[in-house]
Design a protein around this ligand. Structure first.
Ligand code: ADP
Length: 398
């Protein structure tokens, strides 16, 4: 029996897709639609090892991109082997603690969380509706970024605000990147030969968005993102943690509007804001290497915040077996990893420089160990495979 799942990951202006064998993780088709809603919308994909790129009509949205993807899949008869469509959904609120087969109640549940993820949940819903129309016979499965973190306890997820805001409006910390933290923690436990049910692992997902999670015995007990993906670490263009008093200062003293504050914190801050150069970590590292002082400053702030978060997560864990780096930065930047390990001097990690340099381009490996046996490792993530595995599991159970 086939295990092939079409995985759709609809972002606010992009759409990643893949056909993945849930059993092996191998892909027969991967692709990306970019600049959706803009004049230069395009679709690129890789099929049987060959790369293709086509322009989409000006202003094309997710449904137009999905129509192209569907016709490609049907032309190539790839749909014959599909068993399900798996959708990444960003915000499941408290309603979803795991992946689910999509029905009308699930669609309503995703709609109910639009206010908490106004850019992402509507795009996810558009993807779900387009896929339902195109593949009427296939089960659709939703996999939520927030679900893995629903195991957090109140002490970790409540803000110290009037409790009515939580009770009446769901204002609390939810956390994101759940599929990545789940996958990486499980793979990390395998790499260090520990049963996941008896392990204490800190996972650092460092991509354009960045978050760190404390995973105790396989469950998320704390994570750095909050009500929205803005809280926590310094990211490519997001500020991460700041003093909430800033809002009043910006609006009353500097006359910023709500939307200006929102755009500044989400799109003009982080590595980009500090370096005034780029949000791209690789470019920043290259500039810092050539003596660009603001690029160096951006890296320093990024690493210092990250090291502080990692150190603080020994509180919910009570012990430490491993710190696992993942995401584009975590999997490739030996510089960031080295800086963070140096900042964590209290943990007395002995960094293996050769292993640190070798762990990139998809290579996993242990790069440091301390006298108590805790390890630092690099573990490539694979969120799409988690989505395919969950979809396969749910379809089998039906
Ligand atoms: P997304 O969160 O959009 O999925 P990725 O996980 O692909 O993003 O991460 C993108 C980030 O990874 C960018 O900041 C990019 O510069 C960084 N990155 C990729 N390769 C390297 C590298 N060799 N060294 C440093 N940073 C890298």
């Amino acid at each position: 029996m086939s295990h092939n799942v079409l995985v759709l990951n609809c972002g606010s202006s992009s759409l990643k897709f893949a056909i993945i064998d849930a059993a092996s993780g191998t892909t027969s088709l991967t692709g990306l639609a970019e600049c959706l809603s803009l004049e230069n919308a395009s679709l690129s994909y890789k099929l049987n090892g060959k790369k293709y790129k086509i322009d989409l009509p000006e202003g094309a949205q997710h449904d137009a991109a999905i129509a192209e993807i569907v016709s490609l899949i049907k032309q190539q008869h790839l749909d014959d082997s599909l068993i399900a469509v798996g959708h990444r959904v960003v915000h499941g609120g408290e309603a979803f603690t795991g992946s689910v087969v999509i029905d009308n109640a699930v669609i309503n549940g995703i709609e109910n969380n639009v206010a908490l993820a106004p850019l992402h949940n509507p795009a996810n819903l558009m993807g779900i509706r387009a896929a339902q129309t195109a593949f009427t016979n296939l089960p659709q499965v939703a996999v939520f970024d927030t679900a893995f973190h629903q195991s957090m306890e109140k002490q970790a997820y409540l803000y110290a605000l009037p409790l009515s805001l939580y009770k009446e409006h769901g204002v609390r910390r939810y956390g994101f990147h759940g599929t990545s933290h789940y996958f990486v923690a499980n793979e990390a436990a395998k790499l260090i030969n520990k049963p996941i049910e008896q392990s204490a692992i800190i996972t650092a997902h460092l991509g354009n968005g960045c978050s760190v999670t404390a995973v105790k015995n396989g469950k998320s007990v704390d994570t750095s993102m909050g009500l929205t993906p803005l809280e926590g670490l310094v990211m490519g263009t997001r500020s991460g943690d700041l003093d909430a008093g800033l809002y009043n200062y910006l609006s009353s003293t500097l006359n910023y509007s709500n939307s200006q504050i929102d755009a500044m914190l989400n799109k003009q801050s982080g590595l980009l804001g500090l370096s005034e150069l780029s949000s791209d970590c690789r470019e920043i590292e290259e500039a810092a290497e050539k003596g660009h002082m603001q690029a160096k400053l951006a890296l320093d702030v990024f690493c210092y915040r990250l090291a502080k978060y990692i150190a603080s997560y020994v509180v919910p864990l009570g012990q430490l077996d491993a710190i696992a780096f993942t995401g584009g930065i975590g999997e490739n930047s030996s510089l960031i990893r080295e800086k963070v390990i140096n900042l964590l001097s209290f943990f007395a990690f002995d960094l293996d420089h050769d292993a640190n340099l070798a762990a990139r381009f998809g290579n996993a490996g242990v790069i440091a160990t301390n006298p108590l046996g805790a390890k630092v490792l690099v573990m490539p993530t694979n969120e799409e495979w988690v989505i395919a595995m969950d979809a396969h599991k749910l379809v089998e159970a039906q």
